[in-house]
Design a binder for this molecule. Structure first.
Ligand code: CU
Ligand code: ZN
Length: 186
């Protein structure tokens, strides 16, 4: 084989490999490269009275068709459901009531996040396992992390003591607010 041909092959391969890596990197980022926000859930002043100690971190990842909310929350009531919502306000002090009502920028009734009319901030209830731990992994289509009227940034997340009945207006009748966190851009 001619020596110069060999050299050209050796030089050429790394360039091709780098190009392929760059392409696949972009393709992977396409699904999850949008803005991200996080919220650290902590107990409020009414947590002890509810026999709860909610703690954990939630991630809000902008995707093409909504916001993927993921995370893990401990300190819940074992084998119970807890109403779970994005609320309008960002003040988690005291009993969490300063976060006001469910985040509802388009004036909808309360309901299921995957049903018909519902608040933008309506999330599926947390389902605690026998150890009082709930995993969160849900795509919420009405919310954004990107700036705009539906953005979760600067809002509060509430973990309620009781289940959400998805019917009672405008709260879902989920009771006190033993867990709270503020959503911040990350
Ligand atoms: Cu709530
Ligand atoms: Zn609601």
């Amino acid at each position: 084989m001619h020596p110069s041909h060999n050299i050209r092959s050796m030089v050429g391969w790394p360039a091709v490999a780098v190009s392929l890596l760059a392409l696949s990197g972009c393709a992977m980022l396409g699904g999850s490269s949008g803005p991200k926000a996080v919220a650290d859930i902590a107990p409020t002043s009414v947590a002890a009275a509810a026999s709860m100690n909610p703690q954990g971190q939630l991630t809000f990842q902008q995707q093409a068709d909504g916001v993927l909310v993921t995370g893990r929350i401990s300190g819940l009531r074992p084998n119970r459901e807890h109403g779970f919502h994005v609320h309008e306000g960002s003040d988690c002090s005291g009993d969490g009531m300063a976060t006001k009502g469910h985040f509802n920028p388009d004036a909808s009734p309360h309901g299921r996040h995957d049903g018909g009319n519902h608040h933008a901030g309506d999330l599926p209830a947390l389902r605690a396992d026998a150890n009082g731990v709930a995993e969160v992994n849900v795509l919420v289509k009405k919310l954004t992390v990107s700036a705009g009227p539906m953005s979760v940034v600067g809002r509060g997340v509430i973990v309620h003591r009781d289940p959400d009945d998805y019917t009672t207006q405008p709260t879902g009748n989920a009771g006190p607010r033993p867990g709270c966190g503020v959503i911040r851009q990350s």
